[in-house]
Design a protein around this ligand. Sequence first.
Ligand code: SAH
Ligand code: SF4
Ligand code: F3S
Length: 469
Amino acid sequence: MHLPDYKEARTRDKRNYKRVDFKIDNNIINKYSGKKYFIKTYGCQMNEHDSENISAMLEKLGFNKVDNYLDADLVLLNTCSIRENAHNKAFGMLGRLKHLKLEKKDLIIGLTGCMAQESSVVEDILKDYKFVNFVIGTNNLYELPEVIDEAIASNKQQIEVYSREGDLYEGLPVVRANSYKAYVNIIYGCDKFCTYCIVPYTRGRERSRKKEDILKEVKDLVDDDYKEVILLGQNVNAYGKDLYDDYNLADLLEEIAKMNIPRIRFMTSHPWDFTDRMIEVIGKYPNIMPNIHLPVQSGSNKILKLMGRRYTKESYLELFNKMKKIIPGVTISTDIIVGFPGETEEDFQETLDLVNYCKYDNAYTFIFSKREGTPACKLPGEVNEEIKEERLHRLNEVVNEYFLEKNKKLEGKILKVLVEGKSSKDNMYYGYSETNKLINFTGNNIKLGDIVNVEIESAKTWSLDGRAI
Ligand code: SAH
Ligand code: SF4
Ligand code: F3S
């Protein structure tokens, strides 16, 4: 048994982590043939991609995927800790699974993802959720096949969570959920320690994958006819800093842009270490999509400082303006938190002012949620619930207005869309533009996975309608 420990999770010494190749014990390959698994994924793209690796590991054990948890022999929750409601959703699901297990005694239940890295969650599971067969952390996810096998063979609860960053595993198997767009991890962990955020504790220290491993993965995706790669990291801008003296995200983007892949995206970028050269490279290559997610969090310098964001409103706007100037047709989206401790009406007004200036193409807005063990938990000046709700509501009204205003400007324009599917509801195709707008459209002889020209006929707040030409 290995239990999570926040003190260790916070440690950032420059110990050497190992790079190892994933292996699976031959004796357990296909051992569970005929059994079925269900996986529920909460949280970010990183977790979605982890679930693609988890699915592949389970399929190596012989499990087949099902879409309804009631049909499964094994249910795995890949959890998220970012805000309290993500937490509550996972515990709600555990409640339902408890009932199911009363009828289905052999059901195997497991939990992984960021919540597995939280001591308080694991304590609750040890005490009140004894029906959970195993918990495995994000730092040692590659041990999943062995942990599941042990949980089944021993019929004892397995808790295997390491709080120090794990070794960096290459060659994890993957079953990709999308045949045209592929996630590629470039860096794990986060060292930014924004004061509200739990990620640096649940995902460990920043660890970059070697450029050769990344380029090889992208090359294989090109050979398999993928149309889009999405480079993933909690802060992709830090790519390479722990590994190389003279190779960073700009270099990696440039090398990938020269490969034969039609679309490249990356997420997420922290404004603090977005370099001029990165902006130049993004502007220079047409296959690096002109859409940047640039979380601002707040428009008040006082709050940004309390959040530990390392930039000011002024330096953020300078960066924002530079991107708009240098990257042709760029769209910028953001994340904003309201109700951070100490946020006054004036601070909130500054956030509204910033939004009115930036007129974001998209924005994810959140109410501050206290995460146990993070410094913001202890800050004075808690904002009361009603005020937080009211600010979120006001903020959403403003951001939504700009989404529509921006989309309206696209009416009559022709956009390139990667066709991802056809909706059974209205029989329309859907896909995303280069600027990451959701487009629903009609057309003849459309093939999924093609990039087609769509003339935009009408704009909505969150999507656009059009017809292929
Ligand atoms: N690494 C990414 C963010 C990942 S979390 C980045 O730095 O851009 C996604 C978003 O969740 C954050 O940008 C932030 O807006 C929000 N968030 C994180 N912790 C939060 C908390 N404790 N309460 C409310 N929102 C939070
Ligand atoms: Fe969290 Fe900040 Fe790291 Fe993003 S950069 S994951 S908000 S600590
Ligand atoms: Fe959630 Fe962990 Fe992602 S906390 S947002 S799943 S890194």
